[in-house]
Design a protein around this ligand. Structure first.
Ligand SMILES: [Zn+2]
Ligand SMILES: [Zn+2]
Length: 247
C-alpha cells in the first residue's frame, strides 16, 4: 500500500500547507485518514476527488476535520457532473455525537460509525482502533493491507500512552504526532514530544517512525535528532507529498 502525506501541520496550516491528512492507496481503493485544513486543495495534486472511496477520522478537532464540509461539496459536484456515481463514505466515532452528526450530507456523503472495538474493512484495507489520551475522544488507527499483509499505525492526537503499543505490534511504520520538542510540556496540551513519539515507536518495535502534526516553532530537523536518541530505526519528517510504500 502507498501512504502519501497530504497535510502534516499541527493546529493550523502553515503557508501553502495543510493540517493532518494522509492518503492510502492499494489496488484501486483510495482512503483518506483525517481531513484537515487545506486537505481538499492538496489532495487534488495526487488524485481526483471523485476517485476517493472513503474518509476515516481519528477525532473532531478542527485541524483534523476542517475540510470535511468542502470534501462533501466536492462529492456533490462530482456526482452532479457524473464524475462519480457513488456517495463518499465518511467514517467517524460516536464518542462525540455532535461531531459525528456533522459528517454526513446525504445522498452525497454518508456518515458511518466505526466500532472502536471492532474491525472496519474497506476493499483491501482493514482498520483497527485504540483510544488515545487527548482532550477530545480520539482513536489511533492501525491499517493493514490484505494484499501485502503489512501494516502501519497512525497515532492521531495523543499524549505518550503505552496503550498504543499492542496496536503497533508487527507494523512496519508508525506515523506519530510530534507536536513539541524534547523537554517541552506536551502532555499538558494532550500531545507528544519528539522523544515521546520515538519511545512509543521503540516500544511498538516498528521499523520506521514518521514524525508529523508538526509545530509552528523551532527547527523541525531537531525533532528528528531528538527522536533518534530514543529509537534505533529510521526516523523521517513528514512533508507534503512524501510517499511511503509498504510492501
Ligand atoms: Zn486534537
Ligand atoms: Zn491535531
Amino acid at each position: 500500500m502507498k501512504i502519501t502525506v497530504i497535510g502534516y501541520w499541527g493546529g493550523y496550516p502553515g503557508p501553502d500547507g495543510a493540517t493532518s491528512a494522509y492518503l492510502l492507496e492499494e489496488e484501486d481503493v483510495k482512503v483518506l485518514l483525517d481531513c484537515g485544513s487545506g486537505a481538499v486543495s492538496k489532495l487534488q495534486k495526487y488524485i481526483e476527488t471523485a476517485d476517493l472511496d472513503a474518509l476515516i477520522l481519528t477525532h473532531y478537532h478542527h485541524d483534523h476535520v476542517a475540510d470535511v464540509g468542502v470534501l462533501q461539496y466536492s462529492r456533490v459536484v462530482d456526482m452532479n457532473l457524473e464524475r462519480s456515481t457513488r456517495p463518499l463514505k465518511i467514517y467517524g466515532h460516536t464518542g462525540d455525537p455532535e461531531g459525528f452528526q456533522r459528517l454526513g450530507k446525504e445522498p452525497y456523503a454518508i456518515a458511518e460509525a466505526y466500532d472502536p472495538a471492532g474491525v472496519l474493512t474497506i476493499g483491501p484495507f482493514t482498520f483497527t482502533f485504540q483510544e488515545t489520551s487527548h482532550p477530545a475522544v480520539c482513536y489511533a488507527i492501525k491499517v493493514e493491507s490484505s494484499v501485502s499483509g503489512k501494516s502501519f499505525v497512525y497515532t492521531g492526537d495523543t499524549t505518550y500512552n503505552k496503550k498504543l503499543v499492542p496496536l503497533m505490534k508487527g507494523s512496519e511504520l508508525l506515523i506519530a504526532e510530534a507536536s513539541f520538542y524534547d523537554g517541552q510540556e506536551a502532555e499538558k496540551y494532550g500531545h507528544m514530544t519528539s522523544s515521546e513519539a520515538a519511545r512509543l515507536a521503540a516500544a511498538g518495535e516498528v521499523e520506521k517512525l514518521l514524525l508529523s502534526h508538526l509545530p509552528h516553532f523551532g527547527e523541525h530537523k531537531d525533532l528528528v535528532t531528538e527522536a533518534e536518541k530514543h529509537f534505533s530505526g529510521e526516523v523521517a519528517l513528514a512533508y507534503e507529498g512524501l510517499e511511503n510504500e509498504i510492501k
